[in-house]
Design a protein around this ligand. Sequence first.
Ligand code: ZDR
Length: 353
Amino acid sequence: MLTFSKYQGLGNDFILMEGRSGQLSEEIQSPDPSWVQRLCDRRFGIGADGLILALPSEGDAELRMRIFNADGSEAEMCGNGIRCLARFLADSDGDGPGRRWTIETPAGLIVPELQSDGQIRVDMGAPFLEPSAVPTTLATDASGLPVGEVDLDGVTLTLAAVGMGNPHGVVPVDDLSTIPFERWGEDLEHHPIFPARANVHFLKVHGRSHLEIRVWERGAGPTLACGTGACATLVAAVLLGLSDRQATVQLPGGPLQISWEKPGASVFMTGPAVAVFDGVLNPDLVPIQQAASNPPPTQEPVETATADACSEEEAQSRVQAFLASTSLDSMINIATESLEERTLSRLQRDVQP
Ligand code: ZDR
């Protein structure tokens, strides 16, 4: 039985899976890209911009996050995703305002904190500006920002590159509505100046504390919001002399508050994360080892499916036996009971003063 939860942050939406106790099989912890694509597909799957796994820490942190884009590629970090993960953890554990988590990511240790208004403030770590760390082939200017020019469709665009663990390109433009957004987004995502591809943000400066971007995400295409991208945009805008160090970054899905005190300091991002629904994956869609390594809940004892170590062949036959001996109704009941617990704890949280 593989349960998941769907969350969104400003319309950037994610499938979240609980694996902090090591309950997710290797096939899910390091998933095949085609499986992630299937889950994220909005017609053939659950539908999401990405899949996020909560996993046991490999060091001293409280947990580890892995995030996979809708195309199955792995991202180093995800700002909206980590807010969704924090909300998911709080909902699962009944945590309230003030709770912080230290979360390992390939981009380093990230620390989200639950605020009293329900928003989540995240210490996103310091931006990477060394071209090799972004990574980009652009050279840094006097302010230390990698900047350059790119010709697309006969138009010369000025472009800055910033790493937030994952690579971003920021392109200031005069008018967000008239640019060939999809073509430029895709071209820049795959441009040789970004050897690991990039998330691309077209920036309109409305004022020194009011920035607006349109987001083209690496591995996902146009999305409604991008947390790391909003942070990268603020850093680029500050170093280009276009913005104060604290600003609202308006995204298609809504605003994020971003601040960056000084070079070398962490960028802070504050914004919402919202639960949408919980679900149970059709057993046909669960990689077979997952079903084998996950014993059924104790309230439905099934002699043939236990958690002891066994050969793959034996595990598969136990899974088959479990599936054959358990009706769809009772599977749904098992799942519903645990989903009810989560929903109740969420409701209790919401009525707390
Ligand atoms: C943009 C993003 N959704 C966020 O909120 O930070 C991150 C997702 C990962 C991104 N597509 C990448 O770096 O590949």
